[in-house]
Design a protein around this ligand. Sequence first.
Ligand code: C2E
Ligand code: CA
Ligand code: CA
Length: 456
Amino acid sequence: MTGSIPETLPASQNELQAMAYTDPLTGLGNRYRLKDKLRQLIAERSADPAPFTVGIANLDGFKPINDLFGPSAGDQILCQVAHRLKACIPDGATVIRYEGDEFAFLLPLIFERRSAEKIGMMLKEVLSAPYDLGDRNVRLSASFGFAIHPFAGEAYEDLIKSAETALYRSKRRGRGQITVYSTEIAEQMKRATQLEQALRNAIIANEVDVHFQPIVNLANDQVVGFEALARWIDKDLGFVSPSTFVPLAEERGFIDALSETLLRKAAEAALSWPKELFLSFNLSSAQLIDPSTTPNIVSIINRTGLDISRLELEITETAMMTDPDTAHRIISELRASGIRISLDDFGTGQSSLSRLRDFTFDKVKIDRAFVSRITTDSASEHIVKAIITMCEGLNLEVVAEGIEDFAEALKLKALGCGMGQGYFYGRPVDTEKTLAYLSEKYLDYEPVEASESEDA
Ligand code: C2E
Ligand code: CA
Ligand code: CA
């Protein structure tokens, strides 16, 4: 018994070792192989200090395909990806399956950013050709992050971390992006993290505020409601625009906490307004893929005691794109709870007329980009006119956003636009100034409850 073991042991040890370094699905090396190779190369390059590059690729849209067509289709795609990558990487380079739908490359002869980007473009091209699943073809793209040794890190862990950071940034910028790690990118990421910490603290300390901008009936200039807009002034960073901090909260996963605070504050403020005025609140894209959105909103509104039929939620078309089915369901639930839905920034981004047919909205807000050119550019005027006519036919209310002067207001009135919003009618102001505005502008206004409207 003892005699046979020494003979078989070396072979099986080799096999075991090979197995430990191989991804069973694709036959590529796994992350241990990468670690090994990378450490080896780092050691070699300490004597010959030529740079080299590590890259990570992540397939865009792999998960939905896997969910839709099943895991065996997913496996087929991963094998085809592995095959393609192996066939096209440069001589001397290594490709491994890093994890899930992520692959990594070791590129010993790529010394600088341009070449890394070029390789990225080539790999992206190769991966974006259709995948044959027997009865159908599917397409997907890939995002890339590259890190160049030694600039992006000298040790294995640092280098991989830099490549991951670069990939993360690519993913953030959408599909099919290529990022090579640099100190500027690291700096940007660091700033975003500082901003995130400051914002998290501000939410806890109740320092994020909400301002209100009037929406008026263009026929008689009477206020019909207000849009709530988030405001945050940090003691060190100063004024930070909601266009910066709202997406950040979404990306870092705490938009719920932010939105909840804002909605509660806005609803509490609206309790003091005349009962016929609506409160319009912006919903973020992350909330349109979260099934708990409707119950959360309904419970916040019920707790504040605001009549739910006074609430409108503004959503953008782009926000609905991530997961249209879920968005559709959430919108239906919200409407069934008595909340009205406005389509925000209409005419920009991923505008599609079929969305107006397939989804049910109550109101359309024409983007400022058209309104601001309405008196100088006849194309913009025609587009606005067409939107107004179309909304009339579809029984949708219309608000023109970003009206800044009298001429624009006049033109919109002439075109039969129902409602307007913009600096011409009032800038966004805090709760107190909103009450002051109401007592000045709103003829029948008597402060509800005990709120005092002090002029500021
Ligand atoms: P938005 O929903 O399109 O809001 C309108 C933006 O246009 C606001 O910018 C408003 O201050 C500005 N605006 C209004 N009238 C005029 C005008 O006459 N001229 C010009 N130049 N601008 C005008 P703001 O407050 O900086 O908000 C930017 C964006 O941030 C909003 O765009 C919205 O997408 C987002 N946002 C703001 N507050 C919230 C919030 O509470 N929740 C969510 N999810 N997003 C918010
Ligand atoms: Ca809005
Ligand atoms: Ca808007």
